[in-house]
Design a protein around this ligand. Structure first.
Ligand code: COI
Length: 355
């Protein structure tokens, strides 16, 4: 079968839909029935195809396995209140994906393959989009260097894939974060602003150490002085101090989060007083001592906006007040949810409704 956009579809003969427990959607556990695949070779992208979700075959010399040329995106589709399905901010994710690919010296993906492929894939698997509050269909576009050659060089061949899977709320309760002063996630001039696989692999050991100390995750600090707050785990950060919304500015060591960007636009639209500026660990510590910090949130596609309950700084744990539904970030998140499920107007054209 071929779609109107010319994408060839081979449908699965065995849907896994009945095997998924939609009442317990652990993040990353389930994948939907199909995936989109396109290959880059001889300097060109092949036609994209939709095929049943399946294992991949590759040479042990495939360059991605050795030198880390892999990039991914994290996106979501939502079940709207009227039952239709909405993919959130395709263009912004596509732009960031290509920015990451450029930095990793990989082939860029044309918008048509990314957008049309995703729309067709999500439409085909739309019965996988959950409808419970806080749940969504997670969309994972990614690319890897597929050339079979172990010389150290940028690959001449790439494979682009999109798969999806239903997910629930990532953090059901406020999280406990440790300010990391020894290890770093990214340095100036590095790859911190990209979604390359290595950024996530490099975070795992310090995160494991923090978990052994009873924390859920780490808050990364800058590589130079370990004093300025960058991100938390794989998410951006927002604080409310003295009634003002604060978030560290984007830089080449911070990921330009789409949820962060959306929430800042919502803050502007709602007339909320905010500042994008460097936030130091000392400022946070001082704000705790004065009772001036009222909210701290980790924000990202998977987490949306998850409240932080405790921040550990140099061995001392500081407690945030309980989540208040009239709080600034809570209200912004409510607005974001309403836009995505169609109960608030999409004034910024973020939604792509696929039926
Ligand atoms: C996301 O929030 O989508 C991320 O990319 C973080 C993570 C699940 C790797």
């Amino acid at each position: 079968m071929e779609t109107l956009t010319g994408i060839k579809i081979t449908k699965t003969k065995h849907s896994k839909l009945d095997e998924a427990d939609f009442s317990n959607l652990e993040f990353g556990k389930y994948t939907s029935d199909h995936m989109l695949v396109a290959d880059f070779y001889h300097g060109q992208w092949s036609d994209a195809q939709i095929v049943p979700f399946a294992n991949l075959s590759m040479s042990p010399t495939a360059l991605c396995l050795h030198y880390g040329q892999t990039v991914f995106e994290g996106m979501k589709a939502f079940r709207m209140k009227d039952g239709r399905v909405n993919i959130f901010r395709i263009d912004k994710h596509h732009e960031r994906f290509n920015r990451s690919l450029r930095r990793m010296c990989m082939a860029e993906i044309p918008y048509e393959i990314f957008e049309e492929g995703m729309k067709e894939l999500v439409t085909l698997d739309k019965s996988w989009v959950p409808d419970a509050d806080g749940s969504s269909l997670y969309i994972r576009p990614f690319m890897y260097a597929s050339e079979a050659k172990f010389g150290v060089k940028p690959s001449d061949e790439y494979r682009f894939i999109i798969f999806t899977g239903p997910v629930g709320q990532l953090f059901p309760k406020p999280v406990k974060m440790k300010v990391e002063r020894e290890y770093i996630r990214a340095a100036k001039g590095g790859t911190g602003s990209t979604k390359c696989g290595g950024n996530y692999g490099g975070a795992m050991y310090p995160t494991k150490l923090a978990r052994e100390e009873g924390y859920d995750n780490v808050i990364w600090t800058d590589a130079g002085e370990h004093e300025f707050i960058e991100e938390s785990g794989a998410m951006n950060l927002m604080f409310v101090i003295n009634g003002k919304l604060l978030t560290p500015p984007n830089s080449d060591s911070i990921l330009d989060g789409v949820t962060r960007d959306s929430l800042m636009i919502i803050a502007k639209d709602m007339g909320i007083d905010y500042e994008e500026r460097p936030v130091s660990v000392n400022e946070i510590k001082d704000a705790f001592k004065k009772g001036a910090i009222t909210e701290a949130y980790a924000v990202g596609t998977a987490a949306v906006a998850s409240p932080i309950g405790v921040i550990g700084i140099d061995g001392e744990n500081y407690q945030l007040p309980p989540v208040n539904e009239s709080g600034i970030v809570f209200q912004m998140k409510k607005k974001l949810d309403a836009i995505r499920c169609g109960t608030a107007e999409d004034i910024n054209n973020w939604n792509t409704i696929v039926g």
